[in-house]
Design a protein around this ligand. Sequence first.
Ligand code: FAD
Length: 323
Amino acid sequence: MSVLVYVENAEGKFKKSIFEAISYAKAIANQLNTNLVAISIGNVATADLENLGKYGAAKVLTINNDQLKSFVNQAYASIIAEAAKKENANVVVLSNSFSGKGLAPRIGVKLEAAVADGAIELPQTDGGKFIVKKTAFSNKAFAMVEMQSENKVISLTPNSYKVVEDGAAATVENFSFEAKASDFRTMIKEIVRATDKISLPDAELVVSAGRGLKGPENWGMIEELADLLGAATACSKPVSDADWRPHSEHVGQTGIAISPNLYIAIGISGAIQHLAGVSSSKVIVVINKDPEAPFFKVADYGIVGDAFEIVPKMIEAVKSLKA
Ligand code: FAD
């Protein structure tokens, strides 16, 4: 028996969410008194693979060929399921990233496993049970999911488990896999970047604005603050509906769900549908001129005032800190 963690890379590099997933998977391996194996797909430098030992992966399997250069859901799921079988792993952990969301159910079907997506804590294993806490109903509730089948697939919500560094270098082994035509039913032909800015789902800091900004011409200060902080920009639904900002920035129940370390909400009322996508942010700062705005109820820090006065002051303050 072992635990397998899929270590997704972005252009050959691992993000913090992957170190979180390894640390989480290692803690599960400790709970089950077993070892942790990682599987990497695509082109990653050997030194970076060995480095994964630091977070708890004793062994890293790696597979790379031309067909696997870009993410292919079916093929990646087949490889991860095959690696789980070969390693006798009955728990598979991955990050609940864009690709993790597509992979978890596919791996679940291949391994006839129970699937818990969006886990936020270590499983409770008292009395031989295996219960995972996860978010439900667009982050409005928690669910305690008892995983009853022998095989289990768990995807971890980014930013919900801390990175632990206490291991040595991992051993790296090549993994071979006989792909079938059905593994490549869809192929990515080309990736066209919509923007060079920080991608919203991966951002640790997010500056977001709503209808309180009055119009698209006022987003200059939002972008300037975000650039200074190294943050991504986001917006409420009416803002993207009105074409003030692109739909890729819309967060909430019907937009992207995010959980950054810092979410700064400017001129956003805090409707329940907006909160559904942002309430699991670690620290929430709300700037709103209405002291009764519902967003203040979930804010860690609140500033009651006019965004057009406060944001320029914040920009100056950040600039002077950087100077
Ligand atoms: P408003 O509600 O108009 O709020 C503007 C805020 O700005 C107010 O609180 C006001 O006090 C403040 N303000 C005004 N001027 C200033 C100023 N100068 N300085 C500071 N503050 C100022 N919404 C989402 O965001 N995401 C979703 O995914 C989403 N999904 C939905 C799904 C459904 C099925 C439905 C019915 C609605 C959904 N909505 C969603 C819409 C949601 O209900 C709200 O209408 C929306 O979030 C409001 O956006 P807002 O806060 O930008 O605008």
